[in-house]
Ligand binder design. Structure first.
Ligand code: IMP
Length: 431
């Protein structure tokens, strides 16, 4: 039963899309299990760049079956847009290739309006959400008020539920946030149109994935966001509203406890974060501009979904060890090693210090990182351009040393290093 899970080991944006793309070559099913169109997964293949927000990145490979699991929250407007863009790039997106769980929840314009109103009301305590309605949709799910894909299958009942949902949203918009209400008639009309198009894609994906595993097919579960944005285990409250860690693949796809072949943690060779919240290894000024890039390249550190400049810093070994534990990672894929070329030294945080006490593990999880100062180990940098490296021996000794230090610090092997956005720009690691 070859189940593999790919998960972000940091605050999202680790470059999971490209690693999923690589591994989907050998996968039969590719499955997203959490989040919604807050995610942005970039895949570059054959000179074409795909930016995916909802559909699993592995769909680019024509032999795969793409699954959108019950743990997701889906904005049908964005989904249909994404389907159109992919079809224009000759990706087959028939109902034979894309299956959506009946139990996935829907995001509506009401959820997006509430997300923005709630964020504004937080004032200086803003989370920096993507504004995509993620929090309100999961709130409705937990409050047992949510709309599910399944509701689209009964158009009359769906219209009634949508109307009630918009009324509920409007009560909050008017009463709590003094915000403009939204038009229920327009939403009902828009969403009944979407229902007609999406109906054929809705199925019991949990049954489908289970059957595939029983039959010996390889399933690649694709996590969105990252470990530190997980609702329970992330830097709460600066988190998203879903289970982005690896165990979420089981609940988010409707699978029981079972052996998992590989749990692959994707981490950048440095650290980035979008939105607010503590960031112990953050760097500012010229060093930050160097790590972030100018925005001229597609791989520079600007949000795929929002275009916001990302905060940047040195790799945080304390948080990486935490990610290994919380996800049960079996290996790491290290992305963007090429970006560190040209630095005289590379820094890696090996411990934290607070009030003269040193910590190599987090005493109370990552929720409040503000008391900690990062303690670093400096390693020699390298000058060579890595973008043409394809084998371990192509990497300069200093780059190899950096990769080996990350493996030693995290306690699991680094299996793969990426040195550019193209499919072939990867280096298998030799131990
Ligand atoms: P939300 O998921 O839109 O509610 O945003 C909550 C937090 O998660 C904010 O700090 C966002 O910037 C962050 N976030 C959500 N999705 C992603 C992602 O795919 N990559 C990086 N950060 C994300």
């Amino acid at each position: 039963m070859p189940l593999q899970i790919i998960v972000g080991a940091q605050w999202g944006d680790e470059g999971k899309g490209r690693i999923v793309d690589l591994l989907s070559e050998k996968a039969d099913l590719v499955a997203r299990y959490n989040g919604g169109d807050n995610a942005g997964h970039t895949v570059t293949a054959g000179g074409q760049t795909f930016k995916l927000h909802l559909i699993p990145s592995g769909v680019i490979h024509p032999h795969t079956l793409a699954i959108m699991g019950n743990g997701m929250v889906i904005n049908p407007a964005t989904l249909l847009q994404e389907m159109t863009t992919l079809r224009e790039a000759n990706v087959d997106l028939s109902a034979q290739r894309l299956r959506i769980s009946y139990a996935a929840h829907l995001i509506t314009p009401g959820d997006r309006a509430l997300d923005l109103a709630q964020e504004q009301a937080r004032g200086s305590g803003q989370i920096g959400t993507t504004g995509r309605g993620i929090g309100p949709a999961y709130t409705d799910k937990a409050a047992r008020l949510g709309l599910r894909m399944q509701d689209m299958l009964d158009p009359n009942a769906f219209m009634g539920k949508l109307g009630a949902h918009v009324e509920n949203v409007n009560r909050q918009l008017r009463g709590l946030y003094q915000a403009e209400p939204i038009d229920p008639t327009a939403v009902v009309e828009e969403y009944t149109g979407y229902a007609e198009i999406l109906m054929p894609f809705i199925s019991d994906t949990a049954l489908l994935v289970d059957q595939a595993l029983v039959d010996g097919y390889t399933v690649l579960a694709e996590g969105a966001q990252g470990t530190l944005l997980d609702l329970d285990h992330g830097t709460y409250p600066f988190v998203t509203s879903s289970t982005s860690t690896a165990p979420g693949a089981l609940t988010g796809l409707g699978l029981g406890i079972r052996p998992v072949d590989r749990v692959i943690g994707v981490t950048k060779a440095f650290q980035t974060r979008v939105g607010a919240g503590p960031f112990p290894t953050e760097v500012l000024g010229a060093d930050a501009e160097r790590l972030r890039g100018t925005g001229a390249n597609p791989w520079d550190e600007f949000g795929t979904t929002t275009g916001r400049p990302r905060r940047v810093g040195w790799l945080d070994g304390v948080l990486l060890r935490y990610a290994v534990r919380i996800n049960g990672l079996t290996e790491l894929a290290l992305t963007k090693l090429d970006i560190l070329s040209g630095l005289s030294r590379v820094r890696i945080c090996t411990s934290y210090r607070a009030k003269e006490v040193r910590f190599t593990d987090l005493p109370l999880g990552p929720a409040d990182l503000s008391p900690f100062q990062a303690e670093y180990e400096d390693l020699p940098g390298w000058q060579a351009d890595l973008s043409k490296a394809r084998q371990w021996s192509d990497l300069p000794g200093e780059a190899q040393e950096y990769v080996q230090r990350i493996a030693a610090l995290s306690g699991i092997p680094v299996r793969l290093v990426s040195v550019g956005p193209e499919r072939e720009q990867v280096v298998p690691v030799e131990e």
